[in-house]
Design a protein around this ligand. Sequence first.
Ligand code: A2P
Length: 277
Amino acid sequence: MPQVGFGVFQIPDADQCRKVVLEAIKAGYRSFDTAASYMNEEAVGEAIHEAIETGLVTREELFITTKMWVQDMWNYEDAAKAIDTSLNKLGLEYLDLYLLHQAMGDYFSAYRAMEDAYKGGKLKAIGVSNFFPAVLANLYEIVEIKPAVNQVELHPFFAQEDALALMKELHVAPEAWAPLAEGKHGIFTHPLLSEIGSRYGKTPAQVALRWNVQRGVIILPKSTNPDRMKQNMDIFDFALTEEEMGQITALTLDHSEIINHFDPNLVRFLVTRKIHD
Ligand code: A2P
């Protein structure tokens, strides 16, 4: 799995999404992360097929991830159907990685449907997203096929070192959503990230991404701008010192400024959110 992938959250407009994914393939991205709830699986699929048909890439070179929404995590049958729906929307015979989007609903039944689809070859790898440590530990012990990945919010302002340590211990690969903190907290002009970046001729965004990569995290930056797409991949020709790594980790606020998964009202909203009939 490539360590840098491309996220397509919040690009629901089909035409824009298709163009952005094609642009990202041209910029060198091979790994794409979508979700049933992003409402753009069809557009991502169209871009993939256009890229394959025009000889830009082969299916084998691509690494495609999507996620099951909570609406389909009520029982085994709904979950099994959701996997097929995503495959159909993307127009693919298999997914490289398939994740439970949230630790909500009846996620054990949903996970069992994923294990069976994995055994049947429809899913090459399975995993979870937004599983905080205690919940990940519980699922990990119970399931037969261990989750390959846990995609969570990871950036300098939410470093989640404890969650990372557990994932490393369990050999669950950590993957970052919002590795650029969705632009929050002045990340693109942050004094520390700017100062460190100036030592290497890199932008604050590149420093933030490099920090995650250097601590073993798979990152999914997203940009609709071709230059920034390229910039976000150009992070493998420099290395942060241990001191710089520590200084960046110390920026953590120890809470998310984007979403609070412990807010019961938010949980009720997400569990009852419908993305299809
Ligand atoms: P844009 O699409 O105009 O480039 P995250 O990946 O954490 O969700 O953050 C995505 C946000 O960060 C988007 O608003 C995107 O805007 C912006 N962004 C992505 N890469 C960069 C970059 N290298 N420099 C500045 N802004 C960036």
